[in-house]
Design a protein around this ligand. Structure first.
Ligand code: NAD
Length: 497
């Protein structure tokens, strides 16, 4: 049994609260470690370290911050396999998928390497006689980041590289379910030259999170997780005067028009619904099939779903691993019989799957449920597992209305060969990220990531230009260098001449 430690002010630290969580290997069900849960005073120690470090890091040159980011990029790249193994051992996702999340996280480190370009200000010369105006952006101060279990490497890397490159210091509270990969990323940042106190990590639960949300020295909060906690984080941090972005849950719809290539659409639906066991905020969980292709599409998806290989993430033959906990697996599985009771047709029933040699693992097979209506639980809830619902729609308009009524608006996709229909969809759909024949439209690092409705509380998307704006505040400087002819008192409001 290993013990994962906090990392505060450049050093590992044992927990002192007496409270801890248990880390489990989801592929075997074995307990493999313990993670300390920080007390309020341990959080305070981390925030104090960040406050102190901000004095020098906030004033460090752009070239120093950039050099550290370049070093970090090289180090994470060199340790990809090791980090991916840590992810698989605690999250359960297959090794190739873990490598994929590291690659997407590295994209944001690469964005942060270009921070001098992103932080360039604006100047207007001679706005009035001998008066110049300059707009600059400065770091906000101490940022707290709170991250979910499903991307223990990528989501923290959505946050701290940009925040640090902008000159902020950071306190990270990763998921308590799979904390080892996140700790490794923080250790590597220090190897790369991040000074002590600039990037701190505390483990924990609600106690640690709430202290960060209320702490008077935390200036901004980035959160990614489920909708109810995102709302709590947004409201609490906002009530304490902090800048906050809180990304929440999702129920992503994939609309398939009759003219789509149905083999490609079926491939995409299976990949996006069952990849990472459906534990992705951009997973497709609803296919909306527009008449008359529903039967054919469902047949193609079912055929592919039945052929998937499910097993431990460290077996190269596995295409899908286990779920994060036994409790979550059971909750996910419960939606399938409930859908049947509520009138849907269960086309593929993956519940009850046992993987030979891994009987204690938290596995479920993949499920496909057809004839779903919005009133059914399988449609209404974010299941966050490998259960794909199919809703039939008579036409584009009905399909669009269904998607737009959803509580969530993270990602969505349309599959069609009709450019006009795709263009209409991208303008009319109420969601933050849209794919055209792309099932998981996670934007590249130099754009930005964020949903609408209950998928994001706050004004800013994460990373890209929005990330830079979130982690900086604007300042506008108006300058006049006096000329001997200046002078005289004028009580009027300054005007331009
Ligand atoms: P979660 O909301 O349970 O936990 C997220 C973080 O909040 C963790 O660090 C956790 O320790 C903390 N937390 C949990 N309960 C808390 C409480 N009562 N008070 C304060 N803090 C609390 O989410 P999860 O199960 O780890 O992750 C899955 C969820 O995250 C899904 O809903 C998924 O859609 C969402 N997600 C969203 C995005 C996105 O970009 N929108 C990305 C990844 C995951």
């Amino acid at each position: 049994m290993k013990t994962v430690q906090h990392f505060i002010d450049g050093k590992h630290a044992d927990g002192t609260s007496g409270r801890h969580g248990t880390i489990t290997n989801p592929a075997t069900g074995e307990e493999t470690g313990e993670v300390p849960f920080a007390s309020e005073s341990e959080v305070d120690t981390a925030v104090s370290a960040a406050v102190k470090a901000f004095e020098s890091w906030g004033a460090a040159s752009l070239s120093k911050r950039t050099q550290v980011m370049f070093n970090y990029r090289e180090l994470v790249n060199a340790h990809r396999d090791e980090i991916a193994e840590l992810i698989t051992a605690e999250h359960g996702k297959v090794h190739s998928d873990a490598l994929g999340e590291i690659a997407r996280g590295l994209e944001i480190v690469e964005l942060a390497c270009g921070i001098p370009q992103l932080l360039k200000g604006e100047t207007s010369t001679q706005v009035s006689t001998r008066v110049d105006v300059e707009s600059i952006r400065q770091p906000v101060g101490v940022v707290a980041g709170i991250t979910p279990f499903n991307f223990p490497a990528m989501v923290p890397m959505w946050m701290f590289p940009v925040a640090l490159a902008c000159g902020n210091t950071f306190v990270l509270k990763p998921s308590e379910k799979d904390p080892s990969a996140t700790l490794r990323l923080v250790e590597l940042a220090h190897e790369a030259g991040v000074p002590d106190g600039v990037l701190n990590l505390v483990h924990g639960d609600k106690t640690a999170v709430d202290r960060l949300l209320e702490h008077p020295d935390v200036d901004a909060v980035s959160f990614v997780g489920s909708t109810p906690i995102a709302k709590h984080v947004h409201d609490t941090a906002g009530a304490h005067g902090k800048r906050v972005q809180a990304l929440g849950g999702a129920k992503n719809h994939m609309l398939v028009l009759p003219d789509a290539d149905l083999d490609q659409a079926a491939d995409a639906a299976v990949s996006a619904a069952y990849g990472s066991a459906g534990e992705r905020c951009m997973a497709v969980s609803v296919v909306v099939a527009v008449d008359p292709i529903g039967d054919e599409l469902v047949g193609k998806i079912a055929e592919r779903a039945r052929a998937l290989t499910i097993g431990p993430g460290d077996d190269p033959a596995s295409e899908m691993g286990p779920l994060i906990t036994a409790e979550h697996r059971d909750k996910v599985a419960s939606y399938v019989p409930r859908a049947r009771e509520q009138g849907a047709e269960v086309v593929v029933d993956g519940t009850g799957l046992v993987v030979e040699g891994h009987e204690g693992g938290f596995f479920t097979g993949v499920s496909l449920v057809d004839g779903v209506t919005p009133e059914m639980d399988v449609y209404a809830d974010e299941i966050f597992g490998p259960v794909l619902a199919v809703v039939r729609a008579e036409d584009y308009q009905e399909a669009l209305a269904l998607i737009n009524r959803s509580q969530w608006g993270n990602g969505t996709a349309i599959f069609t060969r009709d450019g006009g229909a795709a263009r209409r969809f991208q303008l009319e759909v109420r969601a933050g990220m849209v794919g055209v024949n792309v099932p998981i439209p996670v934007p590249v690092g130099y754009h930005s990531f964020g949903g609408w409705k209950d998928s994001l509380f706050g004004d800013h998307h994460i990373y890209g230009n929005d990330g830079v704006r979130f982690y900086t505040r604007g300042k506008v400087i108006t300058t006049r260098w006096p000329d001997p002819s200046d002078g005289g008192i004028d009580l009027g409001f300054p005007s331009n001449s």
